[in-house]
Design a protein around this ligand. Structure first.
Ligand code: FAD
Length: 549
């Protein structure tokens, strides 16, 4: 392709897809390069067997852990990236997360921007991704300049009872922020039917607010946007000075034949591990340790949360279908008798017998399906998250074959244990005994802890000091004039809530910065700021489906 672009965006997930969406209304020529293709809409999308047992949507990639043991990472290469599988729990970080936080195993470093600096983009992100929620319920959340575009998704009766019991016991349960398209009035073709297969499954009816549906599809008809799927970026080339990316080298899977694309600005958003891989593989005379890696920080500080997925079984039936409506941050911060922060508790997608088989194949091998279904009917499913620290030696490296090596050791395990202890007390209030729980491996841990890389972050942190960070405050590489990184790589710390909304907000923030740099406006008639408003997001804004659909 000989056309030169104003901006090339690599990766179409939360960060890249959203940045492209922000840039597109400028009218500038944008090229999107996506390694995967469109995730096929098929019955298997909602079937726990193919999804969890067969790993139908997991990449065949093989990575290696710190000991050199191979594993299959839980990564998904599709238009929309990991958001195709995500649970759409779209939380803001807490204001404290932007500052320095003392943890039992060390310091969670401050961000170079404050919560107040970031807040306007959180609001834009919530409106663009159609988040349902209720600001003001969770005492730990920061100020917000605008309420969510949609009211909170109401609890189903069992979850409402739980919420009432917890509130009576002195806890502060709140309605979890959900990124789903639940607007019955004007989205007949893609309305969430509140099924149980949101978390960890693709949405067959495109009713999850994922990056494909929200950010990428609306661009497909635009004359200034070119989208290439099955296009894996393998490295970036620079001019002799090393200051400017001059070529994006792409493998389209055609017998190793590579093509080179050129653009004034290059936005890298391949996910925290793959972005580091691309930069490390782009080493040259002017960047011998990898592109933009004079600080030796590219690939380091890998984080992915310490998470526990737990099914608690009680005597009562749990008829809940859409379970992810409740959150609890009472243990998020230190204070009130807590020496250390512990983290967040939220609900998981409702378990089913089929999902249990996939999650725990060995444990459930001899148990018949009907019996697992019966057990699942009594299960209430929770997700506990504790912050892990950006450790220098938790890092992505790449071997001579181009394979990713991921060295990781946990931190703050005792904080995670304390959270679990508090969770046990919670279960007592709820009549769910702690000894009747099943620890699910789900998508975060599977067989090898490092394989559960759903919340991967931190490999190109942003900061003001080029000696200790890869990116500047605008997420431009310190050492290059035209290279930006907008996936979760930029996180200097990860907090203890899901990272998606922060990646999305940053995609908008950096997209606006780049648009300004290109001398363009981002406020076309259908621009993001307007799409969340009930009266102004017609179904047609979703855009035409790709021919593969
Ligand atoms: C099962 C699951 C559940 C989750 N649930 C939640 C949740 O409820 N809430 C939440 O906030 N977060 C959740 N997450 C995490 C969230 O999805 C990620 O944090 C977020 O998508 C990260 O955004 P990103 O832009 O960094 O990467 P991604 O969204 O993964 O995007 C990276 C993109 O780059 C593409 N790519 C990779 N390599 C290349 C290459 N070489 N060339 C071209 N393209 C490339 C990928 O195919 C992908 O499209 C979940 C994740 C998973 C897997």
């Amino acid at each position: 392709m000989s056309e030169h672009f104003d901006a090339i965006v690599i990766g179409t997930g939360a960060g890249g897809g959203t940045a492209a969406h922000t840039l597109a209304p400028t009218g500038k020529r944008i090229l999107l390069l996506e390694r995967g293709t469109y995730l096929t809409r098929e019955q298997e999308n909602w079937d726990p067997g193919p999804v969890f047992v067969d790993g139908r949507y997991i990449s065949p990639d093989i990575w290696y852990d710190g000991d050199g043991t191979p594993f299959q990472p839980q990564v998904h290469y599709f238009v929309g990236g990991a958001t195709k599988m995500y649970g759409g729990a779209l939380y803001r970080l807490r204001p404290e997360d932007f500052g320095e936080i003392k943890h039992v195993d060390g310091i969670s470093p401050a961000w170079p921007v404050s919560y107040a600096d970031f807040e306007p983009w959180y609001t834009k992100a919530e409106w663009l991704y159609q988040v349902h929620g209720e600001h003001g319920e969770d005492p730990t959340e920061g100020p917000c300049s605008r309420q969510y575009p949609w009211p909170a998704v109401s609890h189903e009766p069992r979850i409402q009872r739980m919420s009432d019991v917890l509130a009576q016991a002195g806890y502060h349960p709140f309605h979890a922020p959900c990124g789903i398209l639940l607007n019955e009035a004007d989205r007949p073709a893609s309305t969430c039917i509140r099924c149980s297969t949101c978390d960890g499954y693709p949405c067959l009816v495109h009713a999850k607010s994922d990056a494909e549906v929200i950010a990428v599809r609306p661009l497909l008809d635009l004359p200034n946007v070119t989208m290439l799927v099955n296009s894996e970026v393998v490295r970036l080339q620079t001019d002799p000075s090393g200051r400017t990316v001059t070529g994006v080298v792409v493998d389209h899977g055609r017998n190793g034949k590579e093509e080179i694309y050129t653009g004034d600005i290059v936005v890298l958003a391949a996910g925290a591990a793959n972005t580091a891989k691309i930069l490390l593989r782009s080493a040259s005379d002017s960047h011998p340790a990898g592109l933009a890696n004079g600080s030796d920080q590219v690939g380091r500080n890998y984080m992915f949360h310490i998470s526990k997925a737990i099914s608690a079984f009680g005597a009562d039936d749990n008829d809940t279908v859409f379970q992810k409506t409740l959150g609890l941050n009472d243990f998020y911060l230190a204070g009130d008798g807590r020496e250390w922060p512990m983290g967040n508790i939220q609900m998981l997608g409702k378990s089913s017998g089929g999902a249990m088989k996939g999650e725990e194949p060995h444990l459930t091998k001899l148990i018949p399906h009907w019996s697992l279904d019966e057990a699942a009917h009594h299960a209430v499913d929770f997700w506990l998250t504790t912050e892990d620290l950006p450790k220098r030696d938790n890092r992505v490296t790449v071997d001579g074959d181009g394979s990713i090596h991921l060295d990781y050791s946990e931190s703050n395990e005792s904080e995670a244990a304390s959270l679990y202890h508090e969770f046990g007390k919670l279960l007592n209030h709820l009549g769910l005994a702690k000894h009747h729980v099943l620890h699910k491996s789900f998508y975060m841990s599977m067989n090898i802890p490092v394989a559960g890389c759903a919340h991967q972050a931190g490999t190109c942190r942003f900061g003001t000091d080029p000696a200790s960070s890869v990116l500047d405050v605008n997420c431009k590489a310190h050492e290059l004039d035209n290279l930006y990184v907008v996936d979760t790589s930029f996180f200097p710390s990860i907090g203890a809530v899901n990272p998606g909304l922060t990646a999305i907000a940053n995609g908008i923030r950096v997209g606006e910065h780049i648009a300004e740099r290109l001398g363009a406006s981002t406020s076309a008639p259908w621009a993001p700021a307007q799409r969340g408003a009930p009266a102004s997001h017609p179904a047609s804004a979703i855009g035409r489906p790709p021919s593969s659909d």
